[in-house]
Ligand binder design. Structure first.
Ligand code: ANZ
Ligand code: ZN
Length: 811
């Protein structure tokens, strides 16, 4: 046997590829297992430790399942459109297409060095024409179903990236990618109507085997809120507006109303003499982000419009204000303020000297809990839901209100004013309006020669041969849509394409996809909890409702890997100089050592700080395993000092062997790779002890080694194959069946029990297992230390806990 190194890695990678060991068998899907890791973004930075942590351990899990008879499908691809390649291009002048495909080549090589069972024949690259053609098809289908629409809306605008950002891409008021302060801008944008699915997206979460935290984040993101809409008429005017409230029981306590600065209502109600002040206030708030504005600690500001609204429940006139704590895009963009019972309203009212009227009995103001109504006329004495329903009933009678469910979830903004994305397949005609590109004309090709330096316009708008076309309806000159699709659109359906990636007729064959999906195990970073994972669920459901899919959810089980930090315990970054480049370590130690270290050194879902000592000690462990198995093999081959009996030492080793099988089985299933490998280390110690014995049961030793190699195989695939071959096997170890625990080996002949006298341990004795209570008692009382502890006192009671403990009570 040759010492483990990258040479062994290469040998087996070549063999696996020649033998097509991991080729997916699509003809028998009875035990199919679709294992998916989030595909990579092909950035210039190459694969980092985080990629390895995502892909390595999950591949081990997939191998483990394969050895349990599963027909594993584990595809890999690249999420290849997007801003980083474009930004890189702007910096270096290298075209995004050239840099992206070059990076993909490098990353493919790196991924292959990992030795994962990826089904490369099913690779998907989202920036390839044969993929984005179908991303465009998806857009057209959504448009056809009314799930894609255009609207003029204030959007988050990053002045540095010169692009619109989705809400999720704004982090603490700053651009997720470049950290610049995000401002607002009005643009006509394409949206996907994800809100149509809000209820199902929320309800179906309960059925998913996903981390609770991720489900909670999606629930919060969807933000279902049960409340009521109440109509206020503007005094001396035809204008009226609705407010959304979750506390309609406080309606009699409204002392003013507030409109969002961006609300079109503001201009309709504002009195002339207040116009100037309102205008400058609107300008000032436009500069702030939603997040800043919603912050609880920030001081709220506002201005009076000069107008009054009429409370429909009691006819009272209340002033209409404009305030920055009201968000235009939530509810109706208008709020009824109840300062006595709402913190924000209380602070605002106090600041601007507005009246505060208590309508709920209870503690100090602001009192935000539910309680008996007061100062509420006919509703006095009612409470909570009862009060709400009574008030809504009255409002309904006068058509001034109704129950209403609101969601925090917004429709998904999908247009990007960027170059490196899938062009939106739509043509704008002066005569016919918005005309979808006919399916037969797909793909709308992304042109290569484009000036993509950002100047606030879509780069494609500046490309004449792209933008100018003819209208498919009337044949007159028309213009293409100049925007490209958010890359989250590309990644919202890639897991479907994997199942049928070479289909040139359609995005996928429904029959195939319905058999291959849902994905059984999906693993990736927790940062995707609310965007990618929600978008993919939505697209899955939309395609289901169009008849293309017959399943409700794309990902049955989900796990998130933790974060591997630099050796200093900080997030790895080039600027801090604490990054770990897998390539260097692989060269030095081999892929298996790297993989083993990732699995042993961290809890999979937690991650932690990298340690060079850690990987060194794993490398020593690998050497030790090789040595021990080498010695065992030599002994077996020599046939010397053989015996046929199973004596005490054989039984001991057999116990550890079966205990390891049992623990590795349960722990690996749950992604607890670290404890699985710890058990393997114990098994190694036991094996090491046994091979140093003079007389050995060589048949038993061989069987034990065979089990050892099988258990090791998922964790160190290259090394295990080599050992497997050395032990005389021709076929791959991954075609072998996983060992099964022999429970009878776990029943020990002897057990150690502790003997206590008045609760203090006095002795530990070994007794035959299966003794009766009386026999155990007798053995305990016969022990010398116990006898000494009892002395001349009287034994009052003896308590026996079988297999563990005897407690003797004396007086
Ligand atoms: C009156 C009231 C009285 C309210 C009270 C609360 C307590 P969630 O649970 O998030 O749905 N609200 C409504 N639209 C808003 C907007 N566009 N921007 C800011 N705030 C808005 O919260 C709903 C509550 O948030 C609503 O109920 C409204 O204030 C406020 F004692 O109405 B409430
Ligand atoms: Zn036309």
């Amino acid at each position: 046997m040759e010492k483990y190194s990258t040479k062994i890695d290469a040998k087996w990678q070549k063999k696996w590829s020649e033998d097509e060991t991991y080729k997916f068998d699509g003809s028998n899907l009875d035990k199919k297992l679709y294992v998916l890791e989030m595909f990579s973004y092909p950035s210039g930075a190459k694969l980092h430790a985080g990629h390895w942590f995502n892909y390595g351990p999950v591949d081990s899990w997939a191998r483990f399942k394969r050895m349990h008879g599963y027909n594993v499908f584990q595809p890999m691809g690249f999420d290849a459109f997007g801003l980083p390649a474009e930004n890189y291009a702007i910096k270096t002048g290298i075209h995004p297409k050239d840099s992206t495909f070059k990076n993909i080549k490098t990353m493919e090589e790196q991924l292959k060095a990992m030795g994962a069972m990826f089904n490369w024949e099913n690779e998907v690259i989202t920036c390839s024409e044969d993929y984005y053609k179908w991303t465009q098809w998806l857009f057209l289908k959504l448009y056809e179903k009314g799930l894609a629409y255009r609207k003029n809306a204030p959007v988050n605008w990053c002045p540095s990236c010169n692009t619109v950002l989705a809400n999720e891409q704004v982090v603490d008021g700053a651009c997720e990618r470049c950290n610049s302060e995000v401002t607002k801008k009005n643009l006509t944008q394409w949206f996907f109507k994800i809100t149509d699915y809000a209820d199902e997206l929320l309800e179906k979460l309960d059925d998913l085997d996903w981390p609770e935290k991720t489900k909670a984040m999606q629930r919060h993101w969807i933000g279902k809120s049960n409340g009521a809409e109440v109509t206020f008429k503007v005094k001396d005017s035809d204008v009226q507006f609705d407010v959304f409230t979750t506390r309609v029981d406080t309606l009699n306590g409204v002392t003013y109303v507030v409109l969002a600065p961006e609300s079109p209502l503001v201009d309709e109600v504002v009195k002339d003499e207040y116009k100037a002040e309102i205008e400058s206030y609107k300008e000032a708030t436009a500069k702030q982000s939603e997040i800043e504005r919603q912050s609880i600690t920030r001081e709220k500001t506002g201005v009076f419009t000069g107008a009054y609204a009429i409370n429909p429940i009691n006819g009272k006139e209340v002033p209409i204000w404009v305030g920055d704590y009201v968000i235009a895009s939530y509810g109706t963009g208008a709020v009824m303020a109840v300062p006595a019972h709402d913190e924000r309203d209380f602070a605002f009212a106090t600041k601007y000297n507005l009246p505060i009227t208590r309508v709920i009995e209870g503690g100090d103001l602001p009192f935000t809990e539910y309680g008996l109504l007061v100062n509420s006329g006919e509703f006095d004495g009612l409470k909570g839901d009862e009060a709400k329903l009574a008030i809504v009933k009255k409002l309904e009678e006068s058509k001034n209100g109704s129950l209403k469910v609101n969601y925090r979830l917004r429709d998904w903004l999908v247009s990007r004013q960027r170059y490196w994305g899938a062009p939106i397949p739509v043509i704008h005609c002066d005569h016919c309006g918005v005309v979808p590109v006919p399916e037969k004309d797909l793909p709308v090709q992304l042109p290569y020669n484009v000036e993509f330096t950002p100047d606030g316009k879509s780069p494609l708008a500046k490309c004449d041969e792209f933008i100018n076309t003819t209208c498919p309806k009337c044949g007159k000159p028309a213009k293409r849509d100049a925007d490209t699709l958010d890359t989250f659109v590309c990644s919202s359906w890639y897991y479907l394409r994997y199942a049928d990636p070479h289909n040139t007729e359609k995005p996928f064959d429904s029959e195939i996809v319905n058999k291959m999906l849902p994905v059984d195990m999906y693993v990736g970073g927790p940062e995707h909890a609310c965007m990618h994972l929600l978008y993919a669920r939505f697209i899955n459901k939309a395609l289901r409702d169009m008849g293309y899919l017959n399943f409700d959810e794309p990902f049955t089980s989900l796990k998130h890997q933790g974060l591997i930090l630099g050796p200093d315990g900080l997030k790895m970054s080039k600027s801090k100089g604490n990054t770990i480049s897998p390539d260097d370590y692989i060269k030095e130690y081999g892929a298996d050592v790297f993989r083993l270290y990732l699995m042993f050194g961290f809890q999979y879902e937690e991650g932690g700080a990298w340690s060079d000592d850690g990987i060194k000690s794993i490398s020593k462990f690998v050497e030790r395993m090789e040595r021990i198995l080498g010695t065992a093999l030599a002994a077996i081959k020599s046939g010397e000092n053989n015996k046929d009996t199973m004596d005490k030492l054989e039984k001991e080793l057999n116990f550890v062997r079966n205990h390891t099988i049992k623990s590795v089985e349960t722990d690996t299933e749950k992604f607890q790779f670290n404890t699985s490998i710890a058990r393997m280390m114990e098994f190694t110690n036991a094996l090491s002890k046994y091979i140093n014995e003079k007389d050995k049961n060589l048949n038993f030793l061989k069987d034990t080694c065979i089990d050892y190699i099988k258990l090791l195989a998922p964790f160190a695939p290259h090394l295990a194959e080599d050992l497997w071959e050395a032990f005389g096997n021709n076929d791959s170890v991954f075609n072998a069946k996983y060992p099964v625990c022999d429970e009878s080996a776990l029943v020990k002949d002897e057990v150690e029990i502790a003997i206590q006298v008045n609760g203090k341990i006095k002795a530990k004795i070994n007794i035959a297992s299966g003794l009766e209570e009386e026999e155990i008692k007798a053995a305990a009382l016969d022990n010398d230390s116990v006898k000494a502890a009892i002395g001349d006192k009287t034994v009052v009671k003896v308590i026996v806990i079988k297999g563990r403990l005897v407690n003797i009570v004396i007086k």
